[in-house]
Write a protein that binds this ligand. Structure first.
Ligand code: MBD
Ligand code: FE
Length: 278
């Protein structure tokens, strides 16, 4: 018997009964709800549903927040549905968008540090983001494979520099039941422009997070509620000719600096000592 599952099931049932009672839900509405959930499954949108209901962010906080609340480490954030394993391995300085000219160029640089401010040598950033129209490579015929994705290896001081473009805001559920629901209840389905990161280093816990583009129109009303103040980037405009040339650019670009701080590895449960029998 799974007592936790039993308790959650009982409570869930109680909440649903209260809801049915309060709204005097009809049979017709129940059938519509069942059709909705069937469609969510068929279109593989359960994660997206959890996102727009604010469940994903809450669960992320519960799962990845409290162990480190006493430490100053980079705020965790949800992975979202668009991560892909196996992005190209790159060394810093890296360019994850070689066809840069289509968007505003952005150079993200910084350092990966431990909680006591020591550099983490050869830390890795797994980066992924949407393009200047708000589309991820794996949902867009026009982008090359793994465009705007990369696993960037930092140098011996944990430093990195990633050249990319400024992503556009992302509209979730453009097709499918979750987007349809949002429309029906008059909720917008925009996410402020963001860049995803999984940051890892040997001997440290990895962190999955997102950094947000400043001054985005949706930053105060992210449809999944994932924005945290400490994850909003600050942009500078770089018009310096030699810095432009260095990067093969013929126009000014945006620069931003962000340091990631990884938590120390949570001690693995003590391994049972092997008892040697002669
Ligand atoms: C996204 O791009 C995203 O990052 C999340 C968390 C959910 C839906 C779309
Ligand atoms: Fe995203």
């Amino acid at each position: 018997m799974d007592t936790r599952l039993a308790a959650i099931t009982a409570k869930f049932t109680q909440y649903l009964h209260e809801l049915v009672e309060e709204f005097q839900v009809t049979e017709e509405e129940l059938f519509k709800a069942i059709d909705f959930f069937t469609e969510v499954g068929k279109k593989n949108q359960y994660m997206l549903l959890s996102d727009v209901l604010g469940i994903s962010v809450k669960v992320d906080e519960i799962t990845n927040g409290p162990h480190h609340h006493h430490l100053e480490v980079t705020h965790h954030n949800v992975e979202g549905p668009l991560y892909r394993d196996g992005a190209p391995l790159l060394k810093t300085p890296a360019n994850i968008c070689p066809e840069y000219s289509k968007g505003d160029v952005l150079v993200v640089s910084g350092q990966v540090l431990s909680n006591d401010k020591q550099p983490i040598a050869h830390a890795e950033l797994d980066v992924w983001q949407a393009n200047e129209h708000g589309y991820y490579e794996n949902e867009d015929q026009d982008q090359p494979e793994f465009n705007l994705r990369g696993r960037v290896q930092c140098d011996a001081e944990g430093r990195f520099e990633v050249q990319t473009i400024v992503p556009a805001p992302y509209e979730i559920g453009r097709t499918g039941p979750v987007g349809d629901l949002l429309k029906k209840v008059d909720r917008h389905s925009w996410r402020p422009a963001h860049i995803h990161f999984k940051v890892s280093g040997e001997g440290f816990d990895s962190i999955t997070t997102q950094l947000f583009i400043p001054d985005d129109p949706w930053i105060e009303s992210d449809s999944i509620g994932a924005v945290k103040e400490s994850l909003i980037l600050k942009f500078e405009t770089c018009e310096n000719e030699s810095e432009m040339l260095e990067r093969g650019l013929d126009k000014p670009f945006f620069k931003t600096n962000y340091n990631f701080t990884l938590p120390p590895k949570v001690d693995a449960p003590a391994q049972e000592k092997e008892i040697s029998h002669l």
